[in-house]
Design a binder for this molecule. Structure first.
Ligand code: GCB
Length: 590
């Protein structure tokens, strides 16, 4: 699905700003057909944002169920005769959309875009009412999964098995855009590097027509290759490559045939990715991942995309010497990937399949199924498959994305995990044969894990010294090294430690470096680094987490998860300077 852009044939308006908004705790809206008029008792809500922390109430923070958004839109007079599309970059987690009184679309999955073709409903120059109902409930058929309990007093309580707050709402931009009636529906590129040269394999899907031309230009506009077919290979001699740290982008301009041609320009990075033995290669060169698992998380906005925070986060990644991050635990806003493309930051792109695991959930109650695979069914797997396909469909053309992570910490000890995951891995490979596939493995030794051999890279989340051997870094160091060597012996694949870290309350210091101090966080990271430096197959270190973030309530969370190297408002803890010394070889503060 191509992101809206302005070209000679395409225009768009962003429908961001204040929308009319109503909570619907009693589930009245669908029965009373609230889309037919003004929302009863409406307040105002900014888009994009999570709605939870914007009103100053506990009910808003903890709301479980539907909320309604509504606004009026005027379709510009100049759009007469065009195809008109309403697009939501994200609606967490399930949405239904109406254009005036007519339902025009529905979507499930909170982190990938969906579009409604409204051409047949639009009356140019007139105002239309757009209404969206967004349901934040997670159940055993959704990805991520959850359970909604109805309490004796009638309230609903949402349980889930992941460690970040279930922010919800319209988190990203809403667009109204046009294309010609014959339009570029999709473009797929894969790139290969061959010595000094590069190759771009492309496919263009045109709805209702033909491709007229496909032109690849360099960043300075110089034409490098051209074709006139919907599918083909473009050879680029002596190519400037996209490389980590150098986000060099070419442009693939596509034009359709006919007297009302559509034009779309796709940024393309010439690079390739390969796993060779225990090496992870980008353009044939071994790559070592230095960086973080992150979150989309921000005070008040929740998961609402914010360019200010995004640019600042990338500045901090640069300051600290990181070259990569994982989109833990869901696809991030497309703006983030576009930024990573332009700046040469490497991304492991993850689906929202987090919390497929009751073992670490601590939220089970009597009567719950014994383990996750006894609880999920074909509907869950279909939602997971859909999440994989939608992620790859959205992000397949980003050079920054070098690997797909199809789940975080599933219960990979259960025999049922294997038949669950085998078809999902196959589907990911079928959707994109050009990138390795991984999942982030929960703390389980290699002899207990039943799925890792299905994947290209061993990605391990490890909490030695924190959840295991708490406070004892000598044991942590020994056990971690023994375990990593066992992974090397059994699998011989590249290993990325995709999570390691300790909670630290900013400002709490101690010469004894006890748990929860900044000093313990530093000491734990240094312990892991000593081990990494002794094992060649470790090709990546992603600290958990870039910044402190909001979670649900819990006895081991103090106003959220404090494993950030930066606080939630992006102030460095001592660990940030320690990482900067390791990754950048410098002590200075800026
Ligand atoms: C994990 C999870 C991550 C949590 C982290 C923690 O293993 O993947 O989502 O936030 O541990 O801090 O407990």
């Amino acid at each position: 699905m191509l992101r809206p852009q302005e070209t000679p044939s395409r225009e768009h308006v962003r429908l961001d700003g204040l929308w009319s908004f109503a909570f619907d705790p009693g589930d009245r809206g669908r029965a009373e057909e609230w889309w037919r008029g003004d929302l009863p008792g409406a307040s105002e809500m900014p888009v994009p944002a999570s709605y939870n922390d914007v009103p100053a109430t506990r009910d808003a923070h903890e709301h479980v169920g539907d909320v309604w958004y509504q606004r009026h839109v005027r379709v510009p007079a100049g759009w007469e005769g065009r195809r008109v599309v309403l697009r939501f970059d994200a609606a967490a987690h399930r949405a239904v959309v109406w254009w005036n009184d007519v339902e025009i679309g529905r979507h499930e999955g909170g982190y990938t875009p969906f579009e409604c073709d409204v051409t047949g409903h639009v009356r140019i120059g007139e105002t239309a009412r757009v209404t969206v109902v967004v349901d934040n409930r997670l159940d055993l058929t959704s990805i991520p999964p959850g359970i909604v309990d109805v309490l004796p007093d009638g309230r609903r309580r949402q349980r889930y098995f992941h460690d970040f707050f279930n922010y919800a709402g319209l988190h990203r931009t809403v667009w109204l855009y046009t294309t010609p009636r014959v339009y570029v529906e999709d473009i797929t590129v894969t790139t290969e590097v061959d010595g000094a040269d590069a190759r771009v394999r492309y496919r263009v899907d045109v709805a209702g027509g033909q491709v007229a031309e496909v032109v690849l230009t360099d960043a300075d506009g110089t034409e490098r290759a051209r074709a006139a077919t919907a599918e083909g290979t473009l050879e680029v001699a002596d190519a400037t490559l996209w490389r980590p740290g150098h986000g060099h982008l070419h442009r693939l301009a596509v034009r359709t045939a006919g007297d009302d041609p559509d034009e779309y320009v796709l940024p393309v990075g010439l690079r390739d990715v390969r796993v060779d033995g225990d090496r992870f290669l980008i353009n044939g060169e071994p790559f070592h991942f230095r960086g973080f698992g992150k979150h989309e998380d921000n005070a008040v906005r929740g998961k609402g995309h914010d360019d200010v925070l995004m640019v600042h986060d990338f500045a901090l990644l640069d300051w600290i010497g990181a070259n990569s991050f994982r989109t833990s635990h869901y696809p991030y806003a497309e703006e983030v990937l576009e930024y990573a493309d332009r700046h040469g930051v490497v991304v492991i792109d993850e689906t929202p399949a987090v919390g497929l695991n009751f073992e670490i959930a601590h939220t089970l109650v009597p009567g719950d199924p014994e383990h996750i695979f006894a609880a999920v069914d074909d509907a869950t797997r279909a939602a997971h498959l859909c999440a994989i396909r939608e992620l790859i469909a959205r992000d397949k053309n980003h050079p920054s994305v070098v690997m797909w992570s199809i789940a975080n910490e599933p219960d990979s000890a259960r025999p049922e995990a294997r038949p669950y995951f085998e078809p999902l891995v196959r589907a990911a490979r079928a959707a994109d044969p050009s990138r390795p596939v991984c999942f982030a493995q929960v703390q389980l030794p290699p002899d207990r894990d039943v799925i890792s051999d299905l994947f290209d890279v061993i990605c391990l989340n490890r909490y030695n010294g924190w959840y295991i051997d708490t406070g004892d870094l000598a044991t942590a160091e020994r056990e971690l090294e023994t375990e990593l060597r066992e992974w090397v012996r059994r699998h011989g694949r590249p290993i990325i430690v995709t999570e390691y870290g300790a909670d630290a309350m900013a400002g709490v210091r101690s010469v004894a470096a006890g748990t929860w101090t900044e000093d313990y966080q530093v000491a734990l990271l240094e312990t892991f680094h000593r081990v990494f430096d002794r094992i060649d197959s470790v090709v990546g270190e992603h600290v958990w987490n870039f910044a402190d973030f909001a979670t649900g309530y819990g006895v081991n969370r103090v106003d959220g998860n404090k494993k950030g190297v930066f606080t939630r408002d992006r102030r460095p803890k001592a660990a940030a300077f320690a990482l900067r010394r390791r990754w950048k070889g410098t002590e200075g503060s800026a």
